[in-house]
Ligand binder design. Structure first.
Ligand code: HEM
Length: 109
């Protein structure tokens, strides 16, 4: 794994206004992010507020690999047309690698 999970925890503050992760995480503005690696986009149980765009991307086969997560976090609306994740993105590749190393601790895949 490339990326510094400890720094990633700090970067995750930019996500935490909308997402929770870890033990006891619940859906907020966005879905909780436990188990996100290897999951088909738009399929976290019980969230129920996905955009048509993200659901379509999942139906078309978008699986949250490390590579796809990098692309989504760099520019959400470029990877997923019509996503309602209103987040400018993380332009710094190391910041993305770090936050993804942090999130990976809460995924089996
Ligand atoms: C969706 C990660 C920041 C709101 C998602 C998904 C991921 C993700 C992986 C896809 C979930 C799935 O397919 O089940 C992150 C990370 C962030 C971040 C790592 C910080 C670097 C934010 C912020 C907001 C937000 C700041 C609110 C302003 C949402 C919403 C969705 C979403 C509403 C559902 C999108 C849709 O249905 O189109 N996020 N996010 N996220 N996120 Fe974020």
């Amino acid at each position: 794994e490339i990326g510094d999970a400890e720094n990633g925890e700090r970067i995750f503050r930019k996500c935490a206004s909308c997402h929770q992760v870890g033990q006891g995480a619940t859906h907020r503005v966005g879905p909780h992010l436990n188990g996100i690696f290897g999951r088909r986009a738009g399929t976290v149980d019980g969230y129920g507020k996905y955009s048509d765009g993200l659901l379509r991307a999942g139906n078309d086969g978008l699986i949250w690999s490390l590579e796809k997560l990098h692309a989504y976090l760099e520019n959400p609306k470029y990877l997923v047309t019509g996503t309602r994740m209103n987040f400018a993105g993380l332009s710094d590749a190391q910041d993305r690698a770090d936050v993804l190393a942090y999130l990976r601790q809460f995924s089996d895949n």
